[in-house]
Design a protein around this ligand. Structure first.
Ligand code: NAP
Length: 246
């Protein structure tokens, strides 16, 4: 269904993982997609070529979301190319899992800089530069609902994202923007699987009602809906996307 035709959609962190699946799904629904990346240029180019080879429209633009200057340039370049941005998907994120006692100042700063400051930077630009009646979809995590040792700073960043989402929705509602966050459960990407023994993956799979972890496409389908005009009345919510994880 091409329900996103004519929409220009910026997806942060779309070179790999969930973001790349989101970019492909949005383009398949008719959107023009900006595939943002920080370091993985080859993967971003690959995502773009997968989209264009299926008749979609996409372009890769490098920007480190933790840098306000990079994010401003990202908005400048996109608007110069396409004339507008209708939807912002704040997918870029990192996860550093360590016991709190072992977490360094650098770990703490890096995790907050990318996950929280990154979301803040793009929303600050979006406040005045996203098209009226646009949509913002931020990324939290369903691990906020459980108490997993080693996840403390990660879930702290995601709790901050949820609160930024709620208050910001009230600040931009007058322009018709809706702002939500999505909370995937464990999902089959490098961020989740890297360095994890199979028994840990199996244990986390068993937390979902379907006894499996999510696939990036499971999340992408929900983002396509949230980016559409049909989802406009959903505002200031955090949407669990986790197969009934508890
Ligand atoms: P991933 O496979 O590690 O991919 C992360 C993406 O973020 C990459 O495209 C990466 O781009 C980009 N990125 C990292 N730092 C960036 C920066 N400073 N500026 C711009 N882009 C940056 O991760 P994922 O699993 O797809 O996660 C996507 C989002 O879902 C994250 O917000 C994550 O917290 C959230 N999430 C994931 C899971 C899960 O189980 N996978 C569960 C809940 C929530 P480069 O490679 O180009 O740097």
């Amino acid at each position: 269904m091409k329900n996103l035709t004519d929409k220009v959609i910026l997806v942060t962190g779309a070179s790999r993982g969930i973001g790349a699946a989101i970019a492909r799904a949005l383009a398949a629904a008719g959107a023009k997609v900006i595939v943002n990346y920080a370091g993985s240029q080859q993967a971003a180019d690959q995502t773009v070529s997968e989209i264009t080879s299926h008749g979609g429209e996409a372009i890769a633009i490098r920007a480190d979301v933790s840098s306000a200057a990079d994010v401003k340039t990202l908005f400048d370049t996109t608007i110069a190319l396409y004339g507008k941005i209708d939807v912002l998907v704040n997918n870029a994120g990192i996860m550093i899992t360590k016991l709190l006692k072992d977490t360094t100042d650098e770990d703490f700063t890096r995790q907050f800089d990318i996950n929280v400051r990154g979301t803040f930077n793009t929303m600050r630009e979006a406040a005045t530069r996203l098209s009226d009646k646009g949509s913002i979809i931020n990324f939290s995590s369903s691990v906020n609902r459980i108490m997993l040792p080693t996840y403390s700073t990660y879930v702290a960043t995601k709790a901050a994202v949820e609160q930024l989402t709620r208050v910001f929705s009230k600040e931009v509602g007058a322009r018709g923007l809706n702002v939500n966050s999505i909370s995937p459960g464990p999902t089959n990407t490098e961020l989740f699987t890297k360095g994890k023994p199979q028994e840990v993956i199996d244990k986390l799979s068993s937390l979902s009602a379907f006894n499996r972890i999510g696939e990036p496409d499971d999340i992408a389908k929900i983002v396509v809906f949230l980016a559409s005009d049909e989802a406009k009345w959903i505002n200031a919510q955090n949407i669990g996307a986790n197969g009934g994880m508890a």
